[in-house]
Design a protein. Structure first.
Length: 260
């Protein structure tokens, strides 16, 4: 009797091979399409077209539901669009995929800081610092939260820790300047705002800090024209937008203007 086992095995292998080929082709098509949409999303995001970027990232995630970096960039996009809850959700998804994704913790903390959820922000910044003690952004952001909470000693410690990591970032000097304004250490505040300006003359907040400082000192030698010049420079470097702090300073200047 003829043994047909080899033929059955051969036919079985052919069927398995076809299944593998079609499955592999499907995966390549799915993942390849997701990557293309992801790349288009990044391009749109970098050019400030956030709604378009969001559409591309959502397509990428639909095609590849485990696409970690698509979730990460969609979280960034949601933040830019002011959808903070969705941004937090996406950063949380990234962390589920990669519990060591320090940038996801850091930026999730920034979203919490933006909405005034300071305890949650601190929790995320603390996690980053525990995981990666030389992540300078975590110290700067945590220092900013401590300023908002009026915990100026801890804020100073964080900015000084950041300074030990990198002494060429103007944000650190600006943060220390804010600490020293609130502690009435005006000479030190001026020194650090000027250092921020020297490191990067295009860093807008250094001009805002100096304007706030000079107005807050309120001495008889106050040069109103100089304060206005700093404010105008700040607004120019910020793209024409006045922050709440700048508006408060303008209101303070108006109160000092002599009445004719």
């Amino acid at each position: 009797m003829e043994n047909k086992t080899p033929l059955r095995i051969m036919l079985g292998l052919v069927v398995i091979s076809l299944i593998v080929i079609f499955s592999y082709s499907s995966i390549i098509k799915r993942v390849g399409g997701a990557e293309a949409n992801y790349n288009r999303g990044v391009t749109s995001y970098n050019s400030g077209q956030y709604n378009q970027a969001l559409d591309y990232f959502e397509r990428a995630i639909e095609q590849a539901p485990d696409y970690e970096e698509a979730y990460f960039h969609r979280a960034l996009t949601f933040f830019r669009l002011g959808d903070y809850e969705s941004s937090i959700d996406d950063f949380s998804t990234v962390i589920e995929y990669d519990p060591n994704h320090t940038n996801a913790y850091l930026l999730k903390g920034d979203v919490y800081q933006e909405i005034g959820a300071y305890d949650a922000a601190l929790q995320n910044y603390n996690t980053v610092i525990e995981m990666s003690p030389r992540t300078i952004g975590a110290f700067i952001s945590r220092g900013s939260v401590y300023i908002a909470l009026e915990n100026f000693d801890q804020a100073e410690d964080d900015f000084l820790s950041a300074l030990e990591i990198n002494n060429r970032q103007p944000e650190i000097y600006y943060g220390l300047g804010l600490v020293y304004i609130n502690q009435s250490r005006y000479e030190e505040a001026e020194e650090y705002f000027l250092l921020a300006m020297a490191i990067d003359p295009q860093y807008a907040n250094s001009y805002l800090g100096l304007a706030e400082l000079y107005l807050k000192q309120g001495n008889d030698d106050l040069d109103l024209d100089q304060v206005i010049e700093y404010l105008d420079t700040y607004i120019s470097l910020s793209g024409g937008a006045a922050s709440p702090t700048a508006i408060d300073i303008y209101e303070g200047l108006r109160a000092l203007q002599p009445v004719n």
